[in-house]
Design a binder for this molecule. Structure first.
Ligand code: GLC
Ligand code: MG
Length: 705
């Protein structure tokens, strides 16, 4: 029933009114200021929820953005948690549901009152005159609640996991508790109408590893970053935290901030720092290992790690160069990043594995370069923000090398610091709210049928620098495609992965494509009535004779070539960074000399992909044309750079946007290629219309003759 209402509202394309409800059960959730760390579970997810809901409430398309949590009565944790309602802003409040159990419950005990909580919440929603249109569940336990609410009331829900147990399970002995958590996460993944995660690693590696995951329900949406403005008084207070430990506080600061648990690998960082003469002679090591009241109090694991930490400091005689303050507030933490940057220092996250890596984002927001574990989220955060170096957390020498490089190489340090500040600008709550609303809209319109796409003509366009680059042009093209939906099909062909392609299309307000050719034409996804379907026939054709291990072996230690991040490596795509365009021919020679059937494609002078011979954007386009039984002269292909060449060369109607890369200049002279006067999406539209006019004239001439 609620579904029907949403559908009506959404038929015009833009969600006009939206009532959003977030659910989170754990921690001390309250209107700001939040006392982070007051309990173990009062952490990052609360900042996420408050930031997200505040931005949604500011959006004029949103009528309400409320937050549901548990009511509990524990004077030590503030009376506010016993208040059934707490206003945040005019359009947003926290609603506390009384399950009957008024104790504060830690994460592992929350299951105890879940059934009662769920019943009470459903009662509350039934009684209220305004039902939410969509629920956003935070963590798997809230997803379980949301699933039951949907069963009763038909409200769809989005799930955000925050910190998946998948990698934990791979690292540790499988305990029954962990197994239960994995199961619960899998249930949440199975039930959710959509899943939102922050990093590529979560979207493309961790989530798909769950048995119930469906790739097309997973969306990447980056949370905003609230850059804390650091006051002078905060800097002074932060300095006071470390000065008692340090002989020369002005040295470059190597900063680490993490809870004292084994997987954060702090002790190995001390070992790496302490066993390098150079590092301990030139820099200070500052660790903020959570809050503590002595090393003999608190949880067993915390005690163990803290004792190992002191022990390592002692053994390496790091007194005077290592600081590990016991108490700090959030303003001092922000100021510490700032002090580290001013000292020309570096932030280090040495974790064995990290689901996301929020501290790397915080460091970036202060312009502080990082050295981070290559396992988990950090590798794609660093690839995206380009503000640091990755290390193998098991290898102290690797850690030392990276830290020293950051301290020694002024040009590198400056570049990382600048990149951090520029690239972090793309992570803001306004964009998050926009993205959230379009995902919600997609869910609401997901039950539309119509798998039988029979366009008369079709556009297949590259994404980066072809569709993207100019907002105004993108809006015009998008409006054109939406208007012509019935007759002009829309497809994209990109070097990006499926998840990233969808994120970019969403961020650029492009229509959902009918077909999505991803990973340099090595994967094809068809839009169906309810999501996307991988083209298995195409995959089967590519699999014949494809041996990625042989490719990787042949490229091992190849001069001038390094592998792109693990997340960029796909089933039919091995990707590298080349140090210049002349690597291409040497790579081709090497493949030939090893008798490996594969094709190498270079884009932007430095992105090198090796694919099965039968893959590539052109091959994928030809496959799409065959499936749709669309004559080739009914497809217009548009692009701008190296990996578009085969597609542009072989299409009978091609468009080169004005901002094309030098490496495709040769294409511009070909008769079937229209070189647009405009750049980016405006150029695509110009080319599309040009080809349309030309084929009409041709047809007219044919009819007349
Ligand atoms: C995208 C991909 C990358 C590839 C490049 C060129 O940027 O993420 O792996 O090398 O396109 O095709
Ligand atoms: Mg491009």
């Amino acid at each position: 029933m609620a579904g029907a209402i949403i559908k009506l509202r959404f038929t015009l394309g833009v969600p006009e009114f939206m009532h959003i409800l977030a659910i989170a059960l754990g921690g001390c959730l309250r209107a700001p200021p939040v006392r982070y760390g007051i309990t173990e579970d009062t952490g990052g997810h609360i900042a996420y929820i408050l930031g997200a809901m505040a931005a949604l409430a500011r959006d004029p398309r949103v009528t309400r953005a409320d937050i549901i949590t548990r009511l509990f009565d524990d004077p030590a944790l503030s009376r506010v948690h016993a208040q059934p309602r707490e206003a945040i802003s005019a359009k947003s409040e926290i609603i506390r549901i009384d399950s009957g159990n008024r104790h504060y419950l830690a994460k592992e005990d929350l299951a105890r009152d879940r059934a009662a909580f769920t019943r009470a919440l459903i009662e509350f929603l039934r009684a209220s005159d305004r039902r939410p249109d969509i629920i956003h569940a935070h963590f798997a336990d809230a997803a379980d609640v949301a699933r039951q609410v949907r069963n009763e009331l038909g409200i769809p829900f989005i799930y955000t996991a925050h910190s998946l147990a998948h990698d934990k399970a791979a690292m540790m002995q499988n305990s029954p508790a962990l197994a239960a958590r994995l199961k619960e996460e899998d249930r949440a993944i199975a039930a959710a109408d959509a899943i939102i995660a922050s990093s590529r690693d979560e979207c493309e590696r961790q989530l798909p590893a769950y048995p119930s995951a469906r790739f097309d329900r997973i969306h990447r949406l980056r949370p905003g970053v609230d850059v804390a403005d650091v006051r002078r008084s905060d800097l002074i207070r932060a300095r006071r935290l470390v000065e008692p430990f340090l002989r020369q506080p002005s040295r470059p600061m190597i900063l680490a901030i993490a809870r004292p648990v084994h997987k954060k690998n702090l002790v190995r960082l001390v070992e790496a720092f302490g066993s390098s003469r150079e590092l301990s002679a030139r820099a200070n090591l500052v660790i903020l290992p959570g809050l503590r009241a002595g090393v003999k109090r608190g949880e067993a694991e915390h005690r163990e790690v803290l004792i190992d930490l002191v022990d390592a400091i002692d053994r390496h005689d790091l007194h005077g160069v290592a600081a590990w303050p016991s108490r700090h507030d959030s303003r001092q933490v922000a100021a510490m990043y700032e002090l580290a940057r001013r000292s020309r220092g570096v932030f280090v996250n040495p974790a064995l594995t990290e689901p996301y890596g929020l501290t790397l984002i915080e460091a970036a927001s202060h312009g502080l370069p990082v050295v981070a574990t290559r396992n988990g989220g950090p590798s794609d955060i660093v690839a995206e923000l380009e503000h640091g170096l990755l290390i193998n957390p098991l290898d102290p020498e690797d850690m030392q090398r990276a830290m020293l490089r950051m301290l020694d190489d002024e040009v590198l340090w400056q570049r990382c610091s600048r990149n951090a500040l520029v690239n972090i600008g793309g992570m803001n709550w306004r964009d998050y709210a926009n993205g959230f609303l379009s995902i919600a809209q997609e869910i609401a319109s997901a039950d539309r049928t119509g798998t039988t796409m029979r366009p008369r003509r079709m556009l297949i366009s590259d994404i980066d620098n072809t569709l993207t680059g100019c907002r105004k042009g993108a809006r015009r093209l998008s409006a054109f495609l939406t208007r012509k939906r019935a007759s002009v099909g829309f497809g994209v062909a990109t070097g990006r992965s499926f998840v990233e392609a969808r994120r970019l299309l969403r961020e650029w307000d492009m229509p959902v494509p009918d077909v999505l050719i991803a990973s340099v034409g090595s994967e094809i996804y068809w839009r169906t009535g309810r999501g996307f379907r991988l083209d298995e026939d195409y995959a089967a054709a590519l699999a014949k004779g494809w041996n990625p291990d042989a490719v990787l072996a042949a490229m091992d230690d190849f001069p001038g070539l390094v592998r792109q991040a693990p997340i960029e490596q796909r089933r039919f795509k091995c990707s590298f960074l080349a140090d210049g365009p002349d690597v291409l021919n040497r790579v081709r020679d090497r493949l030939a000399s090893r008798g490996i059937a594969a094709k190498a494609i270079l884009s932007h002078d430095r992105l090198l992909d090796i694919l099965p011979v039968r893959a590539g954007k052109h091959a994928a386009l030809a496959h799409v044309a065959a499936v749709l039984e669309l004559p080739r002269d009914r497809i217009v292909a548009a692009g701008d750079s190296g990996n578009d060449v085969d597609m542009l060369a072989a299409s009978s109607q091609a468009v080169l946007v004005a901002n094309f890369h030098e490496e495709v200049r040769g294409m511009a002279g070909l008769t079937h290629v229209y070189t647009a006067r405009r750049s980016h999406a405006a150029g695509v539209l110009e080319g599309l219309l040009w080809h349309e006019r030309r084929s009409r004239t041709k047809e007219a001439a044919y009819v007349a003759a």
